[in-house]
Design a protein around this ligand. Structure first.
Ligand code: SF4
Ligand code: SF4
Length: 373
């Protein structure tokens, strides 16, 4: 990874033509030549973690996906939009996700195609520290270039999800659950995300685009609150982009996977990133809320009953079983139409909170935490 440049530019709303203009300027100031893409297989990889309407800010906004796809198509590349969200990786679920997130319209307007190949293949990661191979969906494994179109959000397990974490969506569907079970705490999970990101960046050209026009704060990646940030970030170094984004939301030094990337020499240190475009300080959001789980980390040395934990809101739960299907510890059962969590088995990965379609899983806060808020 040679480049440490990140372009940050103001963008106030989701007007596709304005976004396209800004992104073209950013690519140009980063020295990225679009003619390099002619004839290449490009995959546009958005964050479509759940099927939810764009105004929830859970996923990359379709206007950003459309603008990136238009740029790629106009360069003469063969462009596919692909993602593998949580839950089973099936065509019917993907079609539903594309429709609700309005990505079907983004594809139609840009000339890109939506991925319908639900297959995967194994890629080896010889330099990885934790996992020497990864199963990767075909659309990403077969691509020459990945346009990694992430969304700036808080995350209950990793602290923040942005460019590096977005590539976890290259792992097919429920196989992500196995990864959570194998790498079951924040540090281990962050380490394996770096292995995955490094493997993809070593074998393909990866350019990351961050939708930080409206981010998500609080209990992200799907249960938080939309928060205006007002910018777009672009970089060929996903770690540097994440570091810059963490500075914007004032979470710098607090995201374990970025710290691991620094230790491995993949991410520049603070002060070593070259910021292009607008003044990064003008976008800082000083009171951007952490997730309850992240804020509760200070209590990690306390007994388990005082630590933050997932809690089913029984009045909201409809007993669909999605949380149970995706619980890596098999700690959830559905009894009498309501999800029940076995506290002893729970490894606090917060996948249930991330994937519940109606936000019926909350983060239960301990009494000390409530007092200091
Ligand atoms: S908690 Fe959410 S995902 Fe789990 S069964 Fe209830 S509604 Fe479904
Ligand atoms: S109950 Fe929720 S937080 Fe606990 S292991 Fe299962 S999915 Fe993870």
């Amino acid at each position: 990874m040679t480049t440490c440049s990140v372009s940050v530019r103001r963008c106030e709303d989701y007007d596709t033509s304005k976004i396209e203009k800004i992104l073209r300027k950013q690519l140009s100031e980063l020295g990225i030549n679009l003619s390099d893409f002619a004839g290449k297989r490009i995959v546009v990889k958005p964050n479509l973690v759940v099927a939810s309407k764009p105004d929830t800010a859970s996923c990359t906004n379709p206007a950003v996906i459309e603008a990136v796809s238009k740029i790629a198509v106009s360069s003469g590349a063969d462009v596919t939009i692909a993602e593998s969200p949580g839950g089973p990786f099936t065509l019917s679920l993907m079609k539903h996700n594309y429709k609700v997130n309005k990505v079907d319209e983004a594809a139609k307007n840009s000339g890109a195609v939506l991925n319908t190949d639900m297959g995967f293949q194994t890629m080896s990661a010889p330099n990885a520290k934790n996992s020497k191979n990864f199963n990767i969906i075909n659309a990403i494994a077969d691509a020459d270039v990945i346009l990694n179109v992430c969304k700036l959000k808080t995350h209950t397990l990793t602290g923040m999800t942005n460019a590096v974490k977005n590539l976890f969506g290259a792992i097919p569907g429920t196989q992500k659950v196995e990864m959570h079970a194998r790498f079951s705490n924040q540090q281990k999970f962050g380490d394996v995300l770096i292995d995955l990101c490094d493997m993809l960046c070593s074998s393909k050209r990866v350019i990351s685009f961050c939708d930080a026009v409206i981010g998500m704060e609080g209990n992200g990646p799907s249960g938080g609150t939309p928060r205006k940030v007002g910018c777009l970030l672009v970089s060929e170094n996903p770690y540097a982009l994440d570091l810059a984004a963490s500075q914007i939301i004032c979470h710098d030094g607090e995201v374990p996977m970025i710290e691991e990337a620094k230790r491995r020499g993949l991410c520049p240190k603070e002060g070593e990133i070259r910021i292009l475009g607008d003044d990064i300080n003008s976008f800082r959001v000083k009171d951007y809320l952490h997730s309850d789980a992240k804020r509760g980390k200070i209590f990690s040395l306390l007994p388990p009953f005082l630590q933050p934990k997932p809690d089913v809101i029984l009045s909201k739960c409809v007993g669909c079983g999605k949380c149970a299907e995706n619980c890596p510890a098999n700690a959830i059962s559905v009894n009498d139409g309501k999800a029940v969590i076995d506290r002893k088995g729970c490894i606090k990965c917060f996948c249930c909170q991330e994937l519940c379609p109606i936000h019926a899983v909350d983060i239960k806060k301990n009494i000390i935490f409530k007092l200091i808020r």
